[in-house]
Design a protein around this ligand. Structure first.
Ligand SMILES: C[S@@+](CC[C@H](N)C(=O)[O-])C[C@H]1O[C@@H](n2cnc3c(N)ncnc32)[C@H](O)[C@@H]1O
Length: 289
């Protein structure tokens, strides 16, 4: 898998995100307001991600992990998967439709999870978690350094000592081409969905990129297109390392990529693109617990 724009990328590298569209279609159709179709484009990787989360818990967390947290859980593909594997899981998201969809699916499958409409930047829950996870670039929705740091501090505060935060995001090498687009498709029964993601502009100085997303749904009963835009924060390896260094409660314990191979650790350097960090909670004197 090559992680540079304009080249073929894995589906797991694709991202989607918040509500940033300037020009809205007829019915204000936003990408995240269609959780069913959104999820179809990503579901093939759910099992592999869930296996990896379990392997990380076994390898990195001293005590058996029973309780999990997913900030930015979206439609809840991983919430459902982890609940079905017997974990007690809490998911946070700002999008009500995604949460409602997740609730509905949990109910249909006789599973349970705690789902909360909350901002992942800063939240306060009574529980402490053995592990938290945030895959496919959700973290990059936090557009400022302050928000990103707050988020890491908040997650750290919610981990048990020795607990881990599994954080997946694109990290762009300094010479990476930030322009390009990709397309992919998903089919379920008689429903066909075509997805496209185009990098419209990127500013390394402001550390932001603007993406256009489009999803064309074709069913026997109807066809429609949802286009949306989103802005994500850019990171290179050095910027990410600096950010982590500002949160001493989290120590970088492992680096992997979107192949999710627990026996193939990587380095957080200028070569890596699709990155999964294992951040371990280490109690720090004076830090709020
Ligand atoms: C790329 S989706 C990922 C969903 C899910 N984690 C997955 O892997 O399928 C990002 C999600 O983050 C949510 N989100 C964006 N900013 C957020 C914030 N500040 N607090 C909570 N959720 C947020 C969006 O509503 C969206 O559902």
């Amino acid at each position: 898998v090559v992680g540079e724009r304009g080249k073929e990328q894995s589906v797991a590298q694709r991202t989607s995100a918040p509500q940033a569209s300037k020009r809205r279609g007829r019915a204000e159709r936003r990408w995240y307001d269609y959780p069913h179709y959104y999820e179809l484009g990503f579901r093939d990787f759910t099992g592999q991600e869930a296996d990896f989360i379990e392997q990380v818990c076994q390898r990195y967390v001293p005590e058996p992990v029973e309780r999990l947290l997913e900030p930015g859980c979206g439609s809840g593909r991983l919430v459902l998967e982890m609940a079905s594997r017997g974990y007690e899981i809490t998911g946070l998201d700002l999008n009500r439709r995604q949460l409602a969809y997740c609730r509905q699916r949990l109910k249909r499958r006789g599973l349970s999870a705690q789902l909360l409409e909350q901002d992942m930047t800063e939240f306060e829950l009574p529980e402490r978690f053995g592990a938290a996870f945030n895959t496919i670039n959700t973290f990059r929705h936090l557009l400022t350094e302050r928000a990103a740091q707050k988020h890491l501090e908040t997650v750290a505060r919610h981990l048990v000592p020795g607990g881990v935060y599994i954080l997946g995001l694109h990290v762009y090498p300094p010479d990476a081409d930030l322009e390009g687009s990709e397309r992919w498709r998903a089919v379920r029964g008689q429903t066909r969905v075509s997805y496209s993601l185009t990098a419209m502009e990127a500013c390394r100085r402001k550390r932001l990129e603007r993406l256009r997303l489009s999803m064309t749904v074709r069913k026997p009963s109807e066809s429609f297109r949802v286009t949306d835009e989103l802005v994500l924060r850019l990171y290179n390896a050095t910027q990410l390392q600096r950010l982590i260094a500002r949160v001493p409660q989290l120590r970088l314990e492992g680096v992997f990529d979107f192949h999710y191979q627990i026996d193939e650790p990587q380095l957080l350097d200028d070569e890596i693109n699709d990155t999964v960090l294992i951040l371990k909670h280490v109690p720090v004197a004076g830090a709020q617990m």
